[in-house]
Write a protein that binds this ligand. Sequence first.
Ligand SMILES: NC(=O)c1ccc[n+]([C@@H]2O[C@H](COP(=O)([O-])OP(=O)(O)OC[C@H]3O[C@@H](n4cnc5c(N)ncnc54)[C@H](O)[C@@H]3O)[C@@H](O)[C@H]2O)c1
Ligand SMILES: O=C(O)C[C@H](O)C(=O)O
Ligand SMILES: [Mg+2]
Length: 565
Amino acid sequence: MWKLTRFASSSRYRLFSTAIPAPCMVHKRGADILHDPWFNKDTGFPLTERDRLGLRGLLPPRIISFQDQYDRFMNSYRSLEKNTHGQSDKIISLSKWRILNRLHDRNETLYYRALIDNIKEFAPIIYTPTVGLVCQNYCGLFRRPRGMYFSAKDKGEMMSMIYNWPAPQVDMIVLTDGSRILGLGDLGVQGIGIPIGKLDMYVAAAGINPQKILPVMLDVGTNNQKLLDDRLYLGVRQPRLEGEEYLSIVDEFMEAVHARWPKAIVQFEDFQMKWAFETLKRYRQRFCMFNDDIQGTAGVALAGLLGTVRAQGRPLSDFVKQKIVIVGAGSAGLGVLNMAVQAVSRMPGCSETDAKSQFYLIDKDVKKVKPHVLLGLSGVGGVFNEQVLKAMRESVSTKPAIFAMSNPTMNAECTAIDAFNHAGENIVFASGSPFENVDLGNGRVGHVNQANNMYLFPGIGLGSLLSGARHVTDGMLQAASECLASYMTDEDIKKGILYPCIDSIRNVTAEVGAAVLRAAVAEGMAEGHGVVGSKELEHMSKEDTVKYVRGNMWYPEYSPLIHEK
Ligand SMILES: NC(=O)c1ccc[n+]([C@@H]2O[C@H](COP(=O)([O-])OP(=O)(O)OC[C@H]3O[C@@H](n4cnc5c(N)ncnc54)[C@H](O)[C@@H]3O)[C@@H](O)[C@H]2O)c1
Ligand SMILES: O=C(O)C[C@H](O)C(=O)O
Ligand SMILES: [Mg+2]
């Protein structure tokens, strides 16, 4: 375990590795510990701990090492893969989700270790695209609650309800009202799967301690008639609240959170467009919050757009000469447009008007524009059809770029195979949900990038948290995007690799987190976190900041448990 220690005589910090993890206080004993996934170690409790915590006799006598527990879980996972071979993708994905979810519900330390070590394989299950399927089938899959539910019926009660959450400290909250879940529309209370999946990524990528995360569903009703008619639907059976009634619920929730955990960061996720923009405007200066679909996505897309300039062998200053068609003028599409325009207008000799003239929104004829980049955030599967993709052969770019960013997989504007087949083999391709690389024959590979906001939101949250900033500023978001853009080497970019492999997401997040923290310091926003004050943050070099961020990332291993009344 990595610990950050302060030198007694100075304000410098150093990192060192300790063989024994720091102890963890637990206020429970006996069977209550076995039933609490935060503390449970299953058969891994050492004898001394079994005695200390009143566990003796409640477990079979043999003590199994963490490694053996891990191997046993991975073996059952592999057998499940074998046993479901040949079944439909839906059945396979849901079975995988179930086995992971059971572990999540039982033993979080083991679950997060398995997730971190197998992130490439497990992210598509706990996150996009399977999480979409899970949300669609949530009422049937529901076994145990996770996170908190605030509904239209809780008006006036939220300030006390927030104290029902068992953890004393919460650092990261992901909040949805379920109104626009991926490209699947209004899923009402079933959308809770999204905050859960996003927060799993916070733990895996940003090392936020799972005891300090809180997924939240604001259930203000649903306009999805199928759900309203379903007798097993678990949410409030009424049409969505609108106008002031809606806003008063969100206001009350935000005040309640702020009252209990003033420093918690709230990520708004999968709100329909009108509320996504309205709540961002309403809360940005009052709370430490951001909207991932508008701001996180914009940063990831901008990093990819800058990558496409480099992929053509051009200098970044040529970004202003790129013609970019954005299909889908919703939360995400408009977020990308705004951030890209801001980035261009910061370039020497460029104005906002120059910047705006390079972008085309959906209603333009793609064929006439001959764009360098075709970027989809429409939520409409297959909208980049054969004709549209073939038109990209007319692009003036030497490396036309196609970003089919809508999720989940069936909502992607096109598949990777179709893109390479119809638009040509010299394209660069990115999608929001993962696709396999494409075999172009003769040993050549069409690289598939995953342009997903998962590369930024964990670092935005972590950097904001450790900076102790009161708000998430545009400067902090820009720093995140620039950090991601510069992460890739020229060699990778030339091969059409615009984003890092998900295997390195923890490293990417540490770098992004440090960039966000430094931007907060530069803007005078950083107030410090825990024992590390603003002055100490100001004196950290870039390298020290990255080390500091890494030193604060939780890593799953069993800590000695100490009982405290
Ligand atoms: N890859 C990522 O990181 C990422 C991030 C955010 C959103 N998304 C995905 O992007 C999609 C849109 O998200 P959003 O929050 O912007 O939703 P949104 O509902 O706010 O916006 C979608 C927009 O697309 C427009 N549209 C619908 N049909 C169209 C068509 N045929 N042609 C052109 N435009 C059309 C709609 O009118 C709407 O304005 C979703 O599928 C979401 O999952 C992906
Ligand atoms: O959830 C994702 O995978 C990305 C994004 O936030 C979305 O809404 O599609
Ligand atoms: Mg989203």
